[in-house]
Design a protein around this ligand. Structure first.
Ligand code: GRF
Length: 190
């Protein structure tokens, strides 16, 4: 299986997936990083791991269709058959959904359908809930609306801060994402 990882930021989930592939616990090959932020730390992680990257700026293109067509060319050249979003801060448009629909997944830092969109950790703290978590789900045209694949609970303690909750959630993500992907690849025909 040849996967591409899309990321916009630090890439700690990218790293967790790279580590699982290297350890042999995730049976996949990472053929490409797609990154829309030229300064993102995830680009350094890809370089260190010897993974090719396609880095672009959305504003250099006329519209989403134009940069997604370019992304698609890179995916095809790298023989990618499955897309893993890991902190990619854009909605996937019709161009990529048409060619990879049903073969794109995302990880989100809440128990969806609660707290979709940006800053799910802040939204949970603001709401005062005692339980939040992490969701791995398929990607459709909506904002964090695709079919749920797996979820794990994270408890919010008394006196929890944004940083401490963020850390607990990321710890869960780094375990959950590689395990869920491996299970998905073993149990489906992708
Ligand atoms: C993660 O919390 C993920 O759930 C969300 O974006 C964050 C990305 O973090 N979609 P990182 O770049 O993988 O460290």
């Amino acid at each position: 299986r040849q996967i591409a990882i899309f990321a916009s930021g630090s890439g700690s989930n990218f790293q967790a997936i790279v580590d699982a592939v290297q350890a042999g616990t995730l049976k996949a090959n990472i053929g490409l990083l797609v990154c829309d932020q030229p300064g993102a730390f995830v680009i350094h992680r890809a370089q260190s791991a010897g993974i090719p990257a396609f880095v672009f700026r959305a504003k250099d293109y006329e519209n989403k269709q134009a940069f997604e067509r370019e992304i698609q060319r890179h995916l095809e050249a790298a023989g990618v058959d499955f897309i893993v979003l890991a902190g990619y801060m854009r909605l996937i448009g019709p161009t990529l959904l048409e060619s990879y629909g049903g073969r794109i997944v995302n990880i989100h830092p809440s128990l969806l359908p609660a707290f979709p969109g940006k800053d799910a950790v802040g939204q949970a703290l603001e709401a005062g809930v005692k339980i939040t978590g992490v969701t791995v789900h398929y990607v459709d045209a909506g904002m964090d609306t695709g079919e749920i694949i797996e979820q794990e609970i994270v408890r919010i303690s008394t006196g929890e801060t944004r940083d401490s909750l963020q850390e607990k959630i990321q710890h869960v993500e780094h375990h959950l994402y590689p395990v869920t992907l491996n299970h998905l690849f073993l149990t489906t025909g992708y």
